[in-house]
Design a protein around this ligand. Structure first.
Ligand code: MGD
Ligand code: MGD
Ligand code: SF4
Ligand code: MO
Length: 686
């Protein structure tokens, strides 16, 4: 028997843990600990531990499929490519759009935006970062000049006070939670604010339950208390920031006195006071946030507000400090870095900067590329398809499942059905793939080489452990084949991922100094501008990435969510995740060890609210919003604040996104997944 161990990195979350795939006679059959993995030192959460199970699912796509008379028929690659190229050639560039994949490698994401911009010449390319941290990218870029996590994962362990706001770190980034535990063991205070008493909240020294959508009120209240007591870091404010006066004017308003904030948010005054004191007086305080902050119509405001608090207290540019947005998907940081966003090329070089556009035209050796204007975001694409049929006609979606992950699914379905031609490239026949005209079978992480970039900007390797099933191909190979078919054989003539990575490094300033040889075994943190540069674990040590080097305070007022409770829909609905499942469940629901732990969805209802509604634990209830209704199991619990209800969005049989609202942040265009108005009813017995 031939057994080998292949060290690679996890295909699930942005923590970027390393593990070994155990390969027997050419087939992956288990995951084993890789003790020297840089991020996790061999430890894994259940998803990493069982990341081999879905690979061998009998549902894997193994052949291209073409829809004929409403039914999928197996096709050869040549037939599929011919049809796609013929169709894509028949549309004008701006009638086509591409969605890239935060599940795929940097190399594949780089090629997807290159394909959109060079082969299709469309400016419309985006991916799920829009639904996730687009508010971070926009908000932190505006205040610090760079939209990424400021510190590293290990660094969190050195903090003396950790403020976790809108992140359920213990379930969603379990191996980052380990750094929180370490900090706490050495005496750090942990503060968690969340509408739900999550496993993360249960680790806190101070837990502040509060109503979804009131984050800015909380943050402004803390800042007012800090300024009132003279606890702000005056030296840091003077030396490293500007516009403090504007911030002060905003947060000192009466609306943000502790009494008023307590009324708006539900947090007791005493808790707010303690939190303000702990954060301000800690030698090094770190703020950790995730979707509770970003997924709002005020997402960018929320993000800027977190940055205000940390600048006010001088908690940037040192170990154990920072504004730390935890990136979600395994390679969402990389997909952004690679330019799978409608406003930037790789390395955040702006598409509407003529010099950057000229640089890419020269680098890619073509006469012309997509026009230098900002294309549509995912959320705009869906709205345009639904409301303005005919403007967009064809879409190419790699590794995303909007038919379960986008808000207001009825609207999404209507939108995607208005397409004339849809290509979906995935490892499973997803709800989105069901609507496609052509489905292309892709290899998964264990079946390809490449790199991915974790939440702390660390670029790490993926290593091929087995062949893809049937005729499935690696995403980079498929895009290269299609690029050549579309008339750009030289631009897509890559023999493998390493060659693609070398092009990425050549055109992307923050990756200039990287190569496959340098990435083994610990990876490198960008920015890494030269071949000698050691990488940059902590950003903004001496100055911010702004032209004048100063961080910018922003005066932010609290605004309620786009849809607030009323007599008909009297509760706030918020949505999110559980440790056992991953998004639309394509992979985790095909992993027996995970699926058995959380086999279907539920709605969390506060015990008092349930009593008033006459709802019992574990009964099936009907949850409805202005968008739709679902029947779902009630989980009656004191662990959620009164007036707020929570549904995990993984389950197609009770899809939370049939209920959610597609109201968008005006800048980041992120939907408000974390707050809309809902009602819940008993289902009449028949
Ligand atoms: N197991 C698992 N892990 C994952 C994922 C997964 O699907 N499954 N997905 C990955 C991805 S892509 C992402 S983006 C991350 C997301 O990671 P998280 O953001 O940690 O996950 P969520 O469950 O979406 O939301 C976090 C918390 O926000 C709280 N919350 C709800 N409304 C509000 C609000 O208005 N304000 C605040 N402050 N908090 C609120 C929720 O109660 C929840 O506990 O997780 C990553 N990790
Ligand atoms: N209600 C609600 N909705 C949400 C959220 C929420 O908090 N609440 N969170 C949002 C957030 S933060 C995110 S990130 C999105 C995620 O939304 P999606 O990205 O749409 O969700 P996934 O299920 O991760 O879809 C990824 C797809 O990629 C496929 N895949 C995996 N590996 C590969 C590969 O190597 N190649 C190819 N071609 N395909 C591959 C998977 O089978 C799957 O179909 O959901 C958003 N939706
Ligand atoms: S914490 Fe994230 S990266 Fe680590 S094993 Fe779990 S899912 Fe994978
Ligand atoms: Mo995400």
């Amino acid at each position: 028997m031939d057994i080998k161990y292949v060290s690679t990195t996890c295909p699930y979350c942005g923590t970027g843990c390393g593990f070994n795939l155990v390969v027997r006679n050419g087939k992956v059959f288990d995951v084993a600990h890789w003790q020297r993995a840089p991020v996790n030192g061999g430890k894994l959460c259940p998803k990493g531990r069982y990341a081999h199970e879905f690979i061998k699912s009998p549902d894997r796509l193994t052949k291209p499929l073409i829809k004929k008379d409403g039914e999928f028929v197996e096709a050869t690659w040549a037939e599929a490519y011919d049809l796609i190229a013929e169709k894509f050639r028949s549309y004008k560039p701006a009638e086509m759009a591409c969605l890239s994949s935060a599940r795929a490698s940097n190399e594949e994401n780089y090629l997807m935006q290159k394909f959109a911009r060079v082969a299709l010449k469309t400016p419309h390319v985006d991916h799920c970062a829009r639904l996730c941290h687009s508010s971070t990218v926009a908000g932190l870029a505006a205040v610090f000049g760079s939209g990424a996590m400021t510190n590293s994962i290990m660094d969190i362990a050195d903090s003396r006070c950790i403020f976790v706001l809108g992140s359920n770190t213990f379930e969603q980034h379990p191996l980052i939670a380990r750094s929180i535990v370490r900090a706490r063991q050495s005496g750090a205070k942990v503060i968690v604010a969340d509408p739900r008493n999550t496993p993360t909240a249960r680790q806190a020294d101070l837990y502040m339950p509060f109503v979804s959508g009131t984050d800015v009120a909380v943050l402004n209240g803390l800042m007012q208390e800090i300024i009132r007591n003279g606890w702000e870091d005056k030296e840091f404010i003077a030396r490293r920031t500007k516009d403090f006066g504007k911030l002060k004017e905003a947060v000192m308003k009466d609306a943000y006195s502790l009494d008023n904030v307590s009324k708006t948010t539900g947090i007791p005054v005493e808790s707010l006071r303690t939190a303000a004191e702990w954060i301000a007086k800690a030698e090094a305080a770190a703020l950790i946030y995730s979707m509770g902050i970003t997924q709002h119509t005020t997402g960018v405001d929320n993000v800027k507000s977190t940055a205000n608090l940390m600048m006010l207290t001088g908690n940037l540019g040192r170990p154990g400090t920072g504004v730390n947005p935890l990136r979600g998907q395994n390679n969402v940081q990389g997909a952004c870095d690679m330019g799978c966003l409608p406003n930037v090329y790789s390395g955040y070089q702006k598409v509407n900067d003529e010099a950057a556009r000229k640089k890419m035209i020269d680098a890619w050796g073509v006469e012309d590329i997509a026009e230098g204007r900002v294309g549509y975001t995912v959320t705009e694409m869906i709205n345009i398809l639904a409301d303005n049929p005919g403007e967009l006609k064809a879409m190419y979606i790699m590794g995303e499942n909007p038919m379960l992950s986008d808000p207001d699914l009825r609207h999404v379905e209507e939108a995607l059905k208005n397409l004339e031609f849809l290509v979906v490239q995935d490892i499973f026949l997803t709800e989105t793939a069901e609507l496609a005209d052509v489905v292309l079978p892709a290899a998964c992480y264990a079946e390809k080489d490449g790199t991915q970039t974790n939440t702390e900007r660390r670029v790490q390797r993926w290593k091929k452990a087995q062949q893809a099933p049937g005729e499935a191909k690696e995403d980079w190979q498929i895009i290269c084949d299609l690029g050549a078919k579309m008339g750009y054989p030289e631009q897509f003539a890559f023999k493998g991922p390493e060659e693609i990575f070398n092009e990425v490094a050549a055109v992307t300033p923050s990756y200039h100094g990287m190569s496959y040889a340098r990435l083994d075994p610990d990876g490198l943190h960008w920015p890494c501008p030269t071949a000698e540069h050691p990488g940059t674990p902590i950003l903004h040590r001496e100055k911010f990435a702004m032209p004048d080097g100063l961080g910018v305070f922003s005066p932010i007022e609290w605004k309620p969510p786009a849809e607030v409770p009323d007599a008909e829909y009297p509760y706030v609905l918020t949505t999110g995740r559980v440790i056992w499942q991953w998004h639309t469940g394509t992979m985790t629901r095909r992993s027996w060890s995970l699926e058995k732990e959380a086999p279907t969805g539920w709605i969390e209802i506060n015990t008092e609210d349930a009593r008033e509604l006459g709802i019992l634990d574990n009964e099936v209830v009907r949850a409805s919003t202005r968008r739709g209704s679902i029947d779902i199991l009630a989980r009656v619990t004191p662990e959620i604040i009164r007036g707020v209800m929570f549904i995990p969005f993984h389950y197609k049989e009770c899809a939370a996104n049939l209920l959610t609202h597609n109201a968008l942040d005006p800048v980041a265009r992120i939907p408000e997944y974390k707050a809309c108005a809902v009602k819940v009813e008993k289902i009449a017995e028949v």
